[in-house]
Ligand binder design. Structure first.
Ligand code: AMP
Ligand code: MG
Length: 327
């Protein structure tokens, strides 16, 4: 939430500073279990269309709605796909393959076992997790023209990619309607459209895991800025904190030196999948992945070092006692 407040403040600051700017129109939508703040410059009419896109994306891909595509696939083991759905599932499978399953869309049986869907949190026994692990593995999802199918017990969760994808759709709608300047905060994931009305980049505050402030500010134009971290959702039991990002290979919540990962790029869904995957990988593997695949990222570790891709180094200003290092 802190990031949302900061972004809106920065955007409004620009508006006040520049009198000739087109007006900002903002709408807040509660979706995907979080708050979306949609701000478009120069057009209020676009907000209805943007809100519909958010609601439609949730209705299609929510894992908790029995009528969604994901809900139907998980219940029946197969589901007819429209072209757009098939393309998204193919992309999710590609991201799973390239990250060697660090991002895995079949993580849902584990998510349920830990109670993250129902908020009835519990620590599953090692035996229970061992039974579930064979159900997790993206290779088990089969896509034929117009049809997705999974073996009995395998269940899909697009929660690791849906907000980033939604950002892509919102940006495309702006392009269709000639809106050249907009910023969307999708529960801490940011999608920018073009630059600010005065032509300068958006200034996106990267939230700190401690929730007390921010790690730094990133200048961004026409890109998605997607952040993953266990601090977004977790529970505590017997003094141990269990986060909502799970290691698909072990079944346990990820614990490593990373506290958050932010990925920047033109494709929101890819940024979202990679942010989740890099968080799972840990700092060394994540740095290697970013260099090998030319991924632009900010990796924040528990010693307050922010590992920044070379291409982003000049655009990122650390705040307080955070230090930046090129990854
Ligand atoms: P994000 O906030 O994008 O990192 O996504 C986290 C959400 O994606 C979780 O709440 C789960 O629903 C799901 N998830 C958890 N771990 C993984 C994983 N390793 N790969 C894919 N999705 C995951
Ligand atoms: Mg993600």
């Amino acid at each position: 939430m802190a990031i949302g407040v900061l972004i809106v403040m920065l955007a409004v600051g620009v508006l006040c500073a520049c009198q000739a700017s087109p007006a900002a129109y903002t709408r807040t939508v509660f979706a995907m279990d979080t708050v979306f703040t949609l701000t478009a410059y120069g057009s209020s009419e676009v907000l209805d269309a943007l809100q519909s896109i958010v609601e439609d994306t949730e209705a299609r891909y929510s894992v908790t709605r029995a009528t969604s595509l994901v809900g139907r696939l998980n219940q029946a083991g197969q589901c007819a796909l429209e072209e757009e759905d098939e393309a998204l599932l193919r992309r999710a499978l590609d991201y799973a393959a390239i990250t060697e399953g660090a991002f895995d869309l079949t993580v849902y049986p584990l998510v349920r076992a830990w109670g993250f869907t129902t908020e009835q949190y519990r620590v599953p026994t090692a035996a229970a997790l061992a039974e579930i692990l064979p159900l997790v593995g993206y290779e088990q999802v089969q896509l034929d023209a117009g049809l997705a199918s999974v073996p009995h017990g395998v269940q899909v969760d697009l929660g690791g990619i849906a907000k980033g994808y939604c950002g892509e759709l919102l940006r495309a709608e702006c392009a269709r309607r000639g809106v050249t300047s907009a910023v969307f905060n999708l529960g801490g994931n940011v999608q920018t459209v073009g630059a600010k009305p005065d032509g300068s980049p958006w200034r996106v505050a990267i939230q700190s895991a401690e929730n007390t402030g921010y790690v730094g500010v990133l200048s961004a134009t026409d890109v998605a800025v997607v952040t993953s971290g266990a601090y977004e959702r977790y529970f505590e039991q017997d003094g141990v904190r269990y986060g909502h990002i799970l290691d698909p290979h072990t079944g346990y919540p990820v614990v490593n030196e990373l506290v958050s990962v932010t990925v920047v790029g033109s494709e929101g869904a890819q940024c979202d999948a990679y942010a989740t995957a890099l968080y799972v990988m840990g700092v060394d593997e994540a740095r290697a992945f970013c260099r090998a695949h030319d991924v632009q990222a900010l990796l924040v570790d528990d010693a307050h070092t922010v590992w920044v891709s070379a291409a982003l180094a000049d655009s990122f200003q650390p705040h307080g006692d955070y230090r930046k290092e090129v990854l």
